[in-house]
Ligand binder design. Sequence first.
Ligand code: GDP
Length: 399
Amino acid sequence: MVRYKQTMEILKIMRNLDQVRNIGITAHVDHGKTTLSDSLLAASGIISEKIAGEALALDYLDVEQKRGITVKSANISLYHEYKGKPYVINLIDTPGHVDFSAKTTRAMRVIDGAILVVDAVEGVMTQTEMYLRAALEERVRPVLFINKVDRLIKELRLSPQEIQQRFVQIIKEVNQLIAMYADKEFKTKWQLDPAKGQVAFGSARDRWGFTVPMAKQKGIKFSDIVDLYKKGKEALPELQKLAPLHEAVLDMVVKFIPNPREAQKYRLPKIWHGDLNSEIGKAMMETDPNGPVIMLVNDVRIDPHAGLVATGRVFSGTLRAGEEVWLTNARMKQKVLQVSLYMGPYRELADEIVAGNIAAVLGLDKARAGETVVAVEYKDAMTPFEKLRMISEPVVTVA
Ligand code: GDP
């Protein structure tokens, strides 16, 4: 019942794009991407904290468990309130391993912002740079989460000054990368300023975090955190209450990641090579819910009960069950049988998903990751986001 209520609430919010964010989490392997996703999931109320503690919700594919890395993107909708206003944050689990750069780029196309996770002990590593670069090349705006701060306190036993120096160094290195890889107009604009709250610090595992403005507002001192750690495990709930991780991270997302309408305006010219002045181009630039349906599929998998599930971002129009659409790469018409949103690893049925949001669709059996779906009347006018590949990637079955 709670879940049903949340679904209805989320659908209502999704219609107002000011209250929507599409993001991913990206990190060097082992820096804490999965742990952060999981902790955010638990706090968003979509899955219970207890379950989240026992299983890493985003790592639910067999193949992932065997390889111990995140292979396939999964989408979840998080619910977050900021200054009394509700937001839906569509979180796409971007692949996190060097082998999967094509999939990474594809995932970047459907998000507008990325939480870059950096391990406070290891600092900026090769894959930090690789993923940040991939994000910036798709005009995905980064924010930073410096993770595993508990290790600086408990294991390395650094002084607050030493910890601060480490933070400063990491932020400096990330900003240098932003200056290097961002497009000209974003090199300065997207520099991260901790004083503004564009960097969060904390522990994804222990579920606490703060930004500078949040610490000021709540009167949190770093010494309070160190003192609570000295008390041991029993003090963790107190620490989590003092500095809730999800509040630090999701407030940062809501404040600094653009909403889908804002983002499509400057991202479209970079990620889509069709005519921006055409009817299709204008509809996508405006994120027009009344425009022709256009969706970029970033993830496809088989559900043994439901069949093929295609997940992607609706760039224009409103996706509804029962409508026929054109698959640009497969070159055929198919009928949308069901549309859903994601909550946790679950899909929840929706009447319609409007432009700017992430949707899961049943019925598009011939769609593969990278497919551009368009309203049938516009099939000859559509330039696909991605060209057809000769060898298609295998479709993963979810048990
Ligand atoms: P991913 O490869 O980026 O998804 O990293 P994981 O989330 O799987 O985390 C890698 C390892 O770091 C796991 O053993 C986690 O338990 C551990 N880890 C993640 N976050 C923290 C943290 O905040 N503190 C500590 N001490 N360990 C963490």
